[in-house]
Design a protein around this ligand. Structure first.
Ligand SMILES: NC(=O)c1ccc[n+]([C@@H]2O[C@H](COP(=O)([O-])OP(=O)(O)OC[C@H]3O[C@@H](n4cnc5c(N)ncnc54)[C@H](OP(=O)(O)O)[C@@H]3O)[C@@H](O)[C@H]2O)c1
Length: 288
């Protein structure tokens, strides 16, 4: 099969590159320079030229705070471009595997979010991502939506890399303890996507939740990152209102992965084990 990966220079895209090594399928990796997903004609050309069977959409506007002042761009990439990918997928009878977010929920729950839970995004990023899911579904294309959360990897900027650096540089650090969720190692998400493709389960369309297993607060996550990095920084748990930011972050965003596990027959790693794996990768690559 011919598989188009968009946004391939991002965190998930880079892990898709690693995952694809050794696959018998042909992967075409693109980022905005090779394929701007806001350009429907360019998507159509790429689909035809390469005989694409599957699109894995890793491209997105992911700056949650910036999105609040830049609805147009966030909506163009997260919503309209997702619809364009779905339109092109439908025209070519291809499957679209699209990645979405826990930010489609407002975080007011107190039990893990199932896929059937009512969505209620609190900010522009979550609203545009939800609109993208819905617009893609409305095209009638073969669609698998994977909602994930707290994504990190050795690539780009993320919480693990920031905490690893700050806990090395500082003696003390404040981190919120009243926002609870589950981190997701982008490598694990890429492997899960690889599992769906390699085990030929693309027919199982629908919305699925995917993060690592377990639950923690950002504070717990920071403490674990510091410990595994060998840093002795004193980390203090603080409330969210002591750390103001533009968008209200969900207080509870644990995703229920039961549907993913049972549908695809897949064991998801625990967040701590995956965090250790990422720290080891960062150590080996000197933090780059
Ligand atoms: N990061 C998280 O914590 C998180 C949490 C939940 C869900 N997600 C979702 O998970 C997915 C992957 O996230 P990620 O962290 O890997 O994202 P990322 O690192 O920000 O990568 C996104 C990639 O898409 C590219 N891109 C932007 N606009 C594009 C366009 N018009 N055409 C083609 N490519 C374009 C970006 O390029 P530039 O860098 O040049 O803009 C970047 O290389 C996204 O759908 C995201 O919404 C992420």
């Amino acid at each position: 099969m011919n598989i188009l990966v968009t946004g391939a220079n991002g965190q998930l895209g880079n892990e898709m590159r690693r995952m694809a090594t050794g696959s018998s399928h042909r992967f075409i990796f693109t980022d905005v320079a090779e394929l701007d997903i806001t350009d429907l004609d360019a998507i159509r050309r790429c689909m035809t030229d390469n005989g694409i069977d599957i699109i894995v959409n890793c491209a997105a506007y992911t700056n949650v705070d910036k999105a609040e002042d830049d609805f147009q761009t966030a909506d163009l990439i997260n919503n309209k471009a997702t619809e364009s990918l779905a339109v092109a997928a439908a025209e070519h009878d291809a499957t679209l595997i699209h990645v979405s977010t826990d930010y489609v929920f407002d975080g007011s729950a107190c039990k893990p979010y199932a896929e059937t839970e009512e969505t209620r995004p609190a900010g522009v990023y979550g609203r545009t991502k939800l609109a993208g899911e819905q617009a893609a579904a409305a095209t009638g294309c073969k669609l698998i939506v994977l909602r994930t959360a707290w994504l990190y990897s050795r690539w780009g900027n993320n919480f693990v890399k920031t905490m690893r650096r700050l806990t090395a540089e500082r003696d003390e650090l404040n981190v919120v303890f009243d926002q609870v969720g589950t981190p997701t190692f982008a490598g694990d998400l890429a492997d899960a996507i690889g599992h769906i493709i390699e085990s030929d389960q693309l027919g199982k369309t629908g919305i699925y939740h995917f993060s690592n297993e377990g639950v923690c607060s950002w504070y717990d996550f920071a403490v674990a990152i510091a410990e595994e990095s060998g840093n002795t920084c004193d980390i203090h748990p603080i409330h969210s209102d002591e750390f103001p930011c533009k968008v209200r972050r969900p207080h509870y965003s644990v995703l229920d992965k039961t549907k993913f596990r049972t549908t695809f027959g897949y064991k998801i790693p625990h967040w701590y084990a995956s965090m250790k794996k990422c720290i080891n990768q960062l150590n080996e690559s000197n933090g780059i």
